[in-house]
Each structure stands twice: as C-alpha cells, then as structure tokens.
Write a protein that binds this ligand. Structure first.
Ligand code: MD3
Ligand code: FE
Length: 212
C-alpha cells in the first residue's frame, strides 16, 4: 500500500512466470538490500546458521539455515516441521524485522502477518533439490521469497514431480510471490553463480522465505 512505499520501495516490474507465481525483479534497491542484510546479520548472531540434516538418512543439506519469527522451519532425521526454538541453542527464534513485515504487507496484501521467515544460506556449491512446500497448515496464505547476493538458477515445475520445469535466474533484490494455483508446485535451486554480486562480502546467496 502507498504508505509503505517509502519504507521498502518495491519495483512495479511484475512478471507472472506461472499462474499465481509473480517475479518482482529488482524489487529491492541497493540501500534496502544492505539494510536487510544488516538485519539478517543481527538474526544470525542470535540464532546461528546451522546445517540441517535430511529426514531418515541424516545426510547433511548443502544449504545452511536459520529462522526468525514465532515458528522456524527445521529438518532433521525425524522429518520436517515448524518449531518455536533453534534446534542447537534451544532459544526462541528472533523476531521478524519490521521491514520484512512491511514488505509482506505491501507485496501480498494478505490480512495476517508471516509466522516464519526461513533464512537459507547458499555457499558456492550449495543447491536445493526439487520439492514442494507442504508443511504449512494454511495453504491459502501466500509465500514470499527474497533473494540477496549471488545470482541463482531457480527451477519451477508443476504440481507433479514428473512434469515439465522452467528455469529462471534470481538476482539480488528479486522478490518472488507465490500463491494460488502453484502454491504446491515443485521448485528448487539448481546452482549459484559465484562472484555475481558484491552485496555479501564473502560471496554466496541468501534467500528469505516468509510463510504462514
Ligand atoms: C514456487 N527456497 O526454502 S524460495 C525453500 O531460494 C525454498 O532458497 C528456495 O524453496 C530458495 O523451501 C526458493 C522460492 C519459492 C518458495 C516456495 C515456492 C518458490 C516456490 C512454492 C511454490 C512454487
Ligand atoms: Fe521451497
């Protein structure tokens, strides 16, 4: 809405890449990206990035994670779930920064705030296999994803694992809004391209996923 525009300027360039999936390219300007990165540093100083493990096998993920908000999404040998505390420190997750709550309001218009902000950190070799986000109770609520740092290839499939997929680049400052028909679509991150952004001093990519 209009009164939020000064706090978190988001671009008017919207591209609907699939039904209900809208790419807001270059949504965040450099100043907002830098401010947001500062907020993420504060979060990771209280709730350190950790290496999740896969259900059953216990194999480590290549992506490191932390969360903020009332609930955090975690993965370990027992499965995937939302929980109110950090799996290693046992502390409650830090609060979601106000600028992310504002961005959620402006981009989604959804009448309730996000309950979880998952922070994914991708070093050069990290990737995320094709999967669906299906651990949420409210499937009518949108998902908002924000990319920072190095460029990545994002793969979007359909509602069935075997279907066709499309690839897109996600750049620093891009925002992806997911809802409607494709809320349960398969998606993943194939690779991250080193040295494509100067936002993160030591390189890599951060993705924030806001969900209910
Ligand atoms: C399309 N993260 O954490 S977010 C995840 O960049 C995850 O770290 C990716 O997938 C990342 O679960 C991509 C973009 C995204 C999120 C949810 C979706 C795209 C989606 C749900 C349906 C379709
Ligand atoms: Fe996902």
């Amino acid at each position: 809405s209009e009164h939020q525009a000064a706090k978190v300027p988001i671009s008017s360039q919207k591209l609907e890449i699939a039904s209900g999936v809208t790419l807001l390219s270059c949504a965040l300007d450099t100043a907002s990206q830098t401010t947001l990165l500062g907020e993420i540093r504060k979060i990771s100083s209280k709730a350190p990035l950790y290496t999740p493990t896969m259900p059953r096998t216990g194999k480590p993920w290549t992506v490191r994670m932390t969360n903020c908000g009332p609930l955090g999404w975690v993965s370990d040998r027992s499965g995937y779930r939302y929980q109110p505390d950090h799996p290693e420190t046992g502390d409650p997750w830090p609060a979601i920064p106000q600028m992310l709550l504002d961005l959620w309001d402006e981009a989604t218009g959804y009448p309730a705030p996000p309950e979880c902000c998952l922070v994914n950190f991708y070093a050069d070799k990290a990737r995320m296999g094709l999967h669906r986000d299906e651990d949420e109770q409210a499937l009518d609520a949108p998902v908002l994803s924000i990319s920072l740092g190095d460029t990545a290839t994002f793969r979007l499939g359909g509602l069935e694992r075997k279907g066709k997929t499309q690839s897109f680049k996600l750049h620093s400052g891009d925002v992806l809004l997911i809802g409607g028909d494709n809320r349960l679509a398969y998606h993943g991150i194939d690779r991250v391209f080193p040295n494509t952004s100067t936002l993160l001093k030591d390189g890599g990519r951060i993705n924030l996923t806001l969900r209910r």
